[in-house]
Design a protein around this ligand. Structure first.
Ligand SMILES: O=C1C[C@@](O)(C(=O)O)C[C@@H](O)[C@@H]1O
Length: 237
């Protein structure tokens, strides 16, 4: 299985779809398809499909792939800033993979991550961890990244909430450190306005994936996709 995040010069750009109903997905998918983003992240936490709507949802997933974009399915739990319950988390992720047949899948880092990964189909796994309150100490984050890398996902993703310019610098520095020292591609981002620079400076600091908005934002600080693409090019020169 090829790793789409390996050896990237420029980060892949993902845009989220985050909807409660099929009608909302249908509306959000239109700008996402024409956005030029490499990846569409379908945040399925919070999505309620009626029994007759599954086939239509599957067609939307296939449309993303036919459009040459990679489909990332993410079920974000309440503990990590999403809407899904943590109950039977692995089972829920498995079910969404079977339904939408994505190209890659998000798994939240935690005590059950390894067991969850073992039950999934052979897809690239984006192993994620969020802190919506702050940016923990460097030693804590380095240890977390090492623990995550031990599970051998396709990508390690940390989203942190910088509170000071110093935190922003630490995120960028940690990104460069992880890129150099770990044998797994990484994506580190700062949320909120302060963190925005981390979403566009990835070419300098070794980030393999960044998140932008095609109308809908799934985290504070996401910028419009065209702006992110332009700045990624500018800062990488
Ligand atoms: O993990 C991430 C990163 C993210 O939280 C961000 O900060 O852009 C947005 C989420 O949708 C995604 O699953």
């Amino acid at each position: 299985m090829a790793n789409p995040f390996a050896n990237r010069q420029t980060p892949l750009v993902a845009v989220p779809i985050m909807a409660a109903t099929l009608a909302e997905v249908q509306a959000q998918i239109v700008p996402a398809l024409s956005s030029g983003a490499d990846v569409i992240e379908w945040r399925v936490d919070g999505l309620r499909l009626g029994t007759t709507e599954l086939a239509a949802a599957q067609q939307l997933a296939a449309r993303i792939q036919a459009n040459g974009q990679q489909l990332l399915v993410t079920l974000r739990t309440q503990q990590q800033g999403g809407l899904a319950t943590a109950q039977q988390y692995g089972q829920q992720v498995q079910t969404w993979c079977a339904r939408l047949r994505p190209d890659m899948v998000d798994v939240e880092f935690g005590p059950v991550a390894a067991a969850v990964m073992a039950t999934l189909p052979p897809l690239p796994v984006v192993l994620s961890w969020h802190d919506f309150a702050g940016t923990p100490a460097d030693a804590v984050l380095q240890q977390r990244l090492c623990d995550m890398a031990a599970l051998k996902p396709a990508l390690l993703k940390l989203a942190l909430m910088p509170q000071t310019a110093g935190d922003v610098l630490r995120i960028l520095q940690l990104s460069a450190w992880a890129h150099q020292h770990l044998d797994v591609p990484v994506a580190l981002m700062g949320m909120g306005n302060l963190g925005r620079i981390t979403r566009v400076a990835g070419r300098l600091f070794g980030t393999a994936l960044t998140f932008a908005s095609a109308g809908v934002s799934s985290a504070p600080g996401q910028m419009p996709v065209a702006e992110v693409q332009r700045l990624l090019q500018d800062f990488g020169k």
